[in-house]
Design a binder for this molecule. Structure first.
Ligand code: GLP
Length: 247
């Protein structure tokens, strides 16, 4: 795990975006696809904004990019402002030239009978494209990644899962009240995430300071799913002035 401390979340986001753009362009020059795993939440917003800026001002093209989002709430329509589908179009997809067919966001509106095959197909699509080249990742306040909550299965793949009480509490301000927060989500699994060839882990702000320190410097435990990032052979942590970890 490579730990990189930045003076601010903004500067960390610019650097991550710059490196992603370089990887996309390098793949383009070789006529190759670039498979990007995407996260939602407030953390990657500046990164997406910078990618949009580079597309508009510097001609960065996303024609060769395929994306897979980490997760989606169950029971929210695409038009719901808290759905991750809505989030991704608002912050990234509406502003870049990625072909619509290259965008994959888990469908949270499936019939129960369809969930199993849908999740297997999500995994299949990832492997058919040769795996995720780069996964962007944030962290929940309880240490979750995607919606892989504490004490989930380390071997898990894409599936439907229950949200923990603390995750639902964290989401309450955005939804207005707790009863409006979904109780389930479709999420890539721990294995899906850890199988990515490279991971950019972004964690910013005072509220994340303790959980980031626990995840990145303490023992690896499924009570803190993000601690498994320590086992990945190409994971870079982009930290800010609050979450920074001194060597
Ligand atoms: C949600 C998402 C995670 C994200 C987390 C943190 O739980 N499923 O992928 O990392 O929120 O969000 P934020 O960046 O807003 O702190």
């Amino acid at each position: 795990m490579l730990i990189e401390n930045y003076k601010s979340a903004y500067l960390a986001s610019l650097e991550a975006a710059e490196r992603i753009a370089t990887q996309i362009s390098n793949a383009q020059e070789k006529n190759e696809n670039f498979v990007l795993g995407l996260a939602t939440g407030s953390t990657p917003i500046n990164l997406y904004q910078e990618l949009v800026r580079m597309h508009k001002r510097e001609g960065l093209s996303f024609q060769n990019v395929h994306t897979f989002n980490l997760d989606e709430y169950c029971g929210l329509r695409k038009t719901h402002m808290e759905s991750y589908y809505y989030f991704m179009y608002e912050h990234l997809f509406s502003h870049i030239d990625i072909p619509t067919k290259n965008i994959r966001i888990p469908n949270g509106m499936l019939q129960e009978n369809d969930v199993h095959n849908y999740c297997l197909d999500y995994e299949f699509q990832i492997s058919e494209l040769g795996g995720i080249d780069l996964q962007i990742l944030g962290i929940g306040s309880n240490g979750h990644i995607g919606f892989n909550e504490p004490n989930c299965d380390v071997e898990s793949i894409t599936r439907k899962t229950e949200l923990s009480q603390s995750t639902r509490n964290d989401a309450t301000p955005s939804f207005g009240r707790l009863s409006c927060v979904p109780t389930q989500a479709i999420t890539m699994g721990m294995q899906t995430i850890l199988n990515a060839k490279e991971i950019y882990f972004l964690a910013f702000g005072e509220a994340k300071k303790d959980i980031v320190e626990t995840a990145l410097t303490k023992e690896i435990s499924i009570e803190v799913p993000a601690s498994f990032l320590q086992t990945h052979n190409k994971c870079t942590a982009f930290l800010d002035q609050y979450t920074c970890i001194k060597n």
